[in-house]
Design a protein around this ligand. Structure first.
Ligand SMILES: C[S@@+](CC[C@H](N)C(=O)[O-])C[C@H]1O[C@@H](n2cnc3c(N)ncnc32)[C@H](O)[C@@H]1O
Length: 384
């Protein structure tokens, strides 16, 4: 690492406590412990160049991919969680907003025709369809259930691209229209809701679509303002276990790895999307077995060893895909309760043959803290 790069990395305000605004894409879909978008944006700017290929083996809600696309880099993201994959695909559609917007406005029009009360009696044509896997009476009051069923039915009839956008918006509103009004952790743990909120499905759905539309507009405006004449770069999103997916990915092809692996015992990423998983008919238990560091596994005798073994498999496969000398930047949450994890990771990287270039601590402000036990984050910069 050159002296110049080291000093540029050292001079960044990693807490982003000043006037740094988040990407509009960050608010599109709930995902616990996601990146503040400024972190990947800054790292991509400093550690790669336009046209490079960036890999995030734990891409979650797609923050790395969104920032890579905005900055003119091609990217690949992998995540075990199919709902995170859906949100990432919707956020990174590589078509200009002029093309996407007409689909979005047609979608809003159809949803209004099917769900709006006055018109409904005259024009509604779709029957509500609710998959058997949804615990409908538990999570939703009857009017909300009926509206969601109608919307779901409409979405199933769309073409592939509009369907990704519509499914993302549908999935994004479930928490805000369901009966549970306490912390999302109660849904995650499948606890009986204690309120009878009657969410406004049509309004929430249209607002989710508008948020997406505004985010695409911002992205396109920034790309245009950057003076780069190229088209929107491709972001490939792959669902599955990262070690398995990467074992067949082209060797020595990646210019930069940028990721935030699951923190040890802090979050249940799969269970956190329970409401969406039910609509999409995804079995939580099968996926949970492959989830690295899940909170629900933290009391197992071998939990820390299983966590390190899981990460070792992923980073062995990741290293194989990196070009010689390529950087890997990794952000990991720090919690006083899980002290010792960072030194386990340092040893793991050393054993895998990575060269540790720099370590940086960043404070996460109380407003931005997505898991209360995570007070700060640690940034490792390594190279192959
Ligand atoms: C800290 S989050 C990443 C958040 C992401 N940086 C963002 O901004 O949304 C860690 C991710 O690792 C994923 N994960 C856990 N086990 C995995 C595995 N075996 N293979 C791939 N992804 C996995 C989780 O689903 C979760 O989305």
């Amino acid at each position: 690492m050159t002296h110049n790069l080291r000093s540029r990395l050292s001079s960044v305000d990693w807490d982003f406590a000043g006037n740094y605004s988040e990407s509009r894409f960050s608010a599109i879909h709930f995902h616990p412990c996601r990146f503040a978008s400024q972190v990947p944006a800054t790292l991509i700017g400093l550690l790669s160049k336009p046209g490079d290929l960036i890999l995030d083996p734990f891409s979650g809600s797609g923050t790395t991919l969104v920032e890579a696309q905005r900055l003119g880099r091609t990217s690949v993201g992998i995540d075990l969680n199919p709902i995170a994959v859906l949100a990432s695909k919707a956020k990174t559609i590589d078509k200009p907003v002029s093309v996407i917007a007409s689909g979005v406005s047609t979608l809003k029009h159809y949803a209004t025709l099917q769900l709006s009360r006055q018109i409904n009696t005259l024009r509604a044509t779709v029957e509500p369809k609710i998959p058997n896997s949804v615990q409908i009476a538990k999570w939703y009051v009857p009017t909300v259930a009926e509206q969601l069923g109608r919307l779901w039915s409409l979405i199933q009839s769309l073409d592939a691209e509009n369907r990704v956008i519509a499914e993302c918006a549908f999935s994004a509103i479930l928490l805000s229209v369901c009966r549970e009004t306490r912390h999302w952790g109660y849904v995650c743990d499948n606890t009986m809701p204690q309120s009878n909120r009657q969410g406004d499905v049509l309004n929430e759905f249209c607002r989710a679509l508008e948020r997406l539309d505004r985010a695409y507009r911002d992205r396109d405006a920034e790309i245009a303002a950057s003076g780069r004449s190229e088209s929107i770069k491709k972001a490939t999103v792959i669902g599955g276990d990262a070690a398995t997916v990467l074992s067949t990915y082209p060797k020595a092809s990646v210019d930069l790895v940028l990721t935030s692996p699951p923190y040890f015992g802090v979050c249940d990423y799969i269970k956190a999307q329970r409401l969406s998983m039910e609509w999409f008919g995804i079995t939580i238990e099968e996926l949970r077995l492959k989830e690295i560091g899940a909170r629900s596994k933290r009391h197992r005798g071998e939990a820390l060893k299983e966590y390190v073994d899981g990460l070792t498999a992923v980073f062995t496969a990741t290293r194989r895909c990196m070009k010689t000398g390529a950087y890997m930047a990794l952000v990991i949450g720090e919690s006083a309760k899980r002290a010792g994890v960072l030194s386990e990771l340092r040893t793991m990287f050393q054993n895998l043959g990575f060269s540790l270039k720099m370590e940086i601590n960043r404070t996460v402000s109380a407003q931005r803290r997505l898991a209360p036990s995570i007070l700060g984050e640690h940034l490792f910069i390594l190279s192959r």
